[in-house]
Design a protein around this ligand. Sequence first.
Ligand code: ZN
Length: 74
Amino acid sequence: MPIFSYECKDCATPFQTLVRSGDEPACPSCGSHHLDQQLSLVADPAKGAENAGQSMNCAGEPGQSCSMCPGMAA
Ligand SMILES: [Zn+2]
């Protein structure tokens, strides 16, 4: 499951969440669905490396963890 970063448009709370296909994430603070999706995890892997469990550069098989995927154990 990909991890996406969002910022709530209603209360400006930034958060990250796992999003399954068909799932609509909600703000953990106010429950709003008015969210801005942030792409910082993809655009700046160095900054978010510890959260980049679903790295596009993963050398392992899909669904398997590897040294590039510290977040897969969560
Ligand atoms: Zn909110």
